[in-house]
Design a protein around this ligand. Structure first.
Ligand SMILES: [Fe+2]
Length: 382
């Protein structure tokens, strides 16, 4: 980090947090003079009871709700185009993203596309496309249904090309939700493996954000408290869920995503190629890789691992003890300890290492990561 530099700190999103808070949605829309929401979700979530309740509460308030849920698990450009068509053809006036990362990313990309009609990937942040996000955007509301990605407080959407599957990042501060309704009741019935995988994604966000070398004490404080909340609640949220541990996990996932405005690191770069090449669940890919990635990160960051060990209440305040903790946590929540247990084979390692090197997450890692390092880390985790 450098003190000859000016930093910017952003914490702009209104978060309504608490059990039952989605019940406030109709009144919020009415008071914002919004009457025709497009709800963007995924095919699983629209089947759930709470989604039907949200819809009927909107209808009861005299609002006209339309649902778009025909999206891919790893969203593609045509999903966004079809959703935007529905927005236009049914004269919507705002967008509500309800779901995990995929649904909220598609919702956010539709928010962009409504008034930005060049090819969607012209706005790709990795080629400087954010400068073209100059128009207005519809009122955007998010409702998370998992405690993991934290996409509900983000300002970017990852959308892939339909043919090449190459991932593009649409980014603009304009794409932040105006308000998040974070209701832990919506996460109560998630299957245990999803709670485990998404929870480890949230832990990875908090840990990687904390380790990024940037002077950002506000995010660092948020990340450490996020780690502490996950330490207090993830095991029970998976094995014996109740409102307290589910609430702690949901707020910790929001905190992780707020904190990673600092950046992410090596673990996400190990995980991303597994999703694009092998369709591995994002949280699961992070979970299996995090002990190995964190072991790699210890040299040079010993002082930060000491802080992490403190919030994890470990006897030994060292990086090695943190890595041990991560292995034990994975075991306790039934996450496999090896890449081979989630479908990775020796023959995949070279392609994975190439893709990981090209990934956007690791340039912020505190310790530089080479292709050889990625290859070695995959080999160790195999
Ligand atoms: Fe993530």
């Amino acid at each position: 980090m450098s003190f000859n530099q000016v930093y910017q700190y952003n914490f702009p999103t209104t978060i309504r947090f608490g059990a039952g808070v989605t019940g406030e949605l109709p009144a919020y829309l009415l008071s914002s003079k919004l009457r025709r929401p497009l709800l963007v979700s995924d095919p699983n979530v629209v089947q759930l009871d709470f989604f039907r309740k949200i819809l009927s509460s909107l209808e009861a308030a005299g609002l006209s709700a339309e649902v778009f849920s025909d999206i891919h698990k790893n969203p593609v450009k045509s999903d966004v185009y079809r959703g935007t068509e529905l927005y236009d053809n049914t004269s919507r006036d705002c967008i509500i993203g309800v779901g995990g990362g995929a649904a909220i990313d598609v919702a956010r990309a539709i928010v962009l596309r409504v008034d930005h009609r060049e090819d969607l990937f012209k706005y790709d942040d990795l080629i400087g496309g954010d400068v073209y996000v100059t128009g207005t955007v519809p009122h955007f509301i998010t409702i998370p249904t998992t405690a993991g990605t934290g996409s509900e407080v983000g300002r970017s959407a990852i959308i892939a090309d339909d043919e090449t599957h190459q991932k593009k990042i649409l980014f603009s501060p304009k794409l932040l939700a105006k308000i998040v309704f974070a209701d832990p009741l919506l996460t109560m019935d998630l299957p245990a493996p999803i709670t485990a995988a998404t929870g480890m994604d949230a832990l990875t966000h908090n840990m990687e954000a904390f380790l990024v070398n940037m002077f950002h004490p506000m995010c660092d404080g948020i990340a450490l408290e996020g780690i502490s909340l996950i330490h207090q609640s993830l095991r029970d949220a998976v094995k014996k869920p109740d409102l307290e541990n589910k609430s702690k996990m949901l707020v910790a996932s929001l905190m992780g995503a707020v904190a990673f405005q600092k950046g992410l690191g090596v673990v996400h770069s190990l995980a991303h190629p597994m999703s694009s090449l092998l369709d591995t669940h994002h949280g699961l890919a992070n979970a299996v890789n995090i002990p190995y990635g964190m072991a790699f990160n210890i040299p040079g960051s010993e002082h930060k691992f000491k802080r992490i060990a403190e919030v994890l209440e470990l006897n030994e305040k060292t990086g090695a003890a943190v890595v041990e903790y991560l292995h034990a946590l994975n075991a306790a929540i039934s996450i496999p300890s090896r890449l081979r247990d989630v479908g990775v084979k020796e023959e995949h390692l070279d392609t994975l290492a190439d893709l990981a090197l090209a990934d956007f997450a690791h340039p912020n890692n505190p310790r530089p990561v080479s292709r050889a390092d990625f290859r070695t880390l995959y080999q160790e985790a195999l």
